[in-house]
Design a protein around this ligand. Sequence first.
Ligand SMILES: NC(=O)c1ccc[n+]([C@@H]2O[C@H](COP(=O)([O-])OP(=O)(O)OC[C@H]3O[C@@H](n4cnc5c(N)ncnc54)[C@H](OP(=O)(O)O)[C@@H]3O)[C@@H](O)[C@H]2O)c1
Length: 278
Amino acid sequence: MKLDLAGQVVCVTGGSEGIGLATAKAFANEGAHVVICGRRQSKLDEAVASNSSTNGGTIEAVQADMTKLADIDKLIAHIQSRFGRLDILVNNAGTGIYKPFATVTDDELQDGMAINFFAQFRVSQRALALLKQSSFASIINISGRTAIRGNFPPGSSCTGPAKAAEVRFSVDLATELAEFGIRVNCVIPGVVKSEERLRLWESQASGGQWQADSAIANRDKLEIVSVPKGQTWGLPSDIANVVVFLASPRASYVNGAALTVDGGPHTKSYVSQLYVAQ
Ligand SMILES: NC(=O)c1ccc[n+]([C@@H]2O[C@H](COP(=O)([O-])OP(=O)(O)OC[C@H]3O[C@@H](n4cnc5c(N)ncnc54)[C@H](OP(=O)(O)O)[C@@H]3O)[C@@H](O)[C@H]2O)c1
């Protein structure tokens, strides 16, 4: 299928690793011009260097924290000065914590909303003028299965509602921006194997007893007991492929959708299996 994305201007927040990086590379491979952001310059440099597009697709980076208004403005100003328009915004930057409700601190509660729902709202609002300059614009918000399944994974009382807000926000935005020809869709990943995320989960699931190397050392053992027979892990590219399709003219009749990409309703949570494995 020809996706007709060559020359499109794309912004992927949190594009230096995991799902965001896979998405940035997938767009670049279609010949698009991609601007990514993240907080760590070293990771951004690696991401830019990893672009392997052979058809003119580019990746450039802006160091910016999506929980800071000044940084969001810096990102938007960069896109304005480089391209003067934005065709596709992928609100991907986000994360989660998984711990018992009674132990969630107020900072964790506020941070969870700030990097998930608030960031998607703020970046979309500030990008609107640039999206209006496009002849075929769309926004894709990355949520997560914790948004739609209660107690998935265990200890989701902070992250689940923040990711749920992103699903609801996407529907509202699709309705409100239709008059400008801007489509808005939401992708809801299941468990996706990204290094940083696994490290975080393993550390959290072990009550912080495992950090970095010790978490990784335990991973092989845990993967063997935790992955149900026949189930494969989701990979960042599984999500990226869907995002690229949704942003393309081939999906022009898809608007206000929340598409779950999780291998099916039977798949179990890596984190819940980790809890069992303790
Ligand atoms: N992996 C999964 O299983 C899974 C499941 C469901 C939903 N999701 C959702 O998918 C999205 C991506 O997840 P992932 O697993 O790919 O994450 P990841 O591997 O941890 O990568 C996160 C990316 O976002 C950047 N980032 C983090 N905080 C940021 C901030 N405040 N401002 C700007 N950039 C920031 C990171 O770079 P820096 O750290 O350098 O800033 C990195 O590039 C998130 O919205 C997540 O909630 C993931």
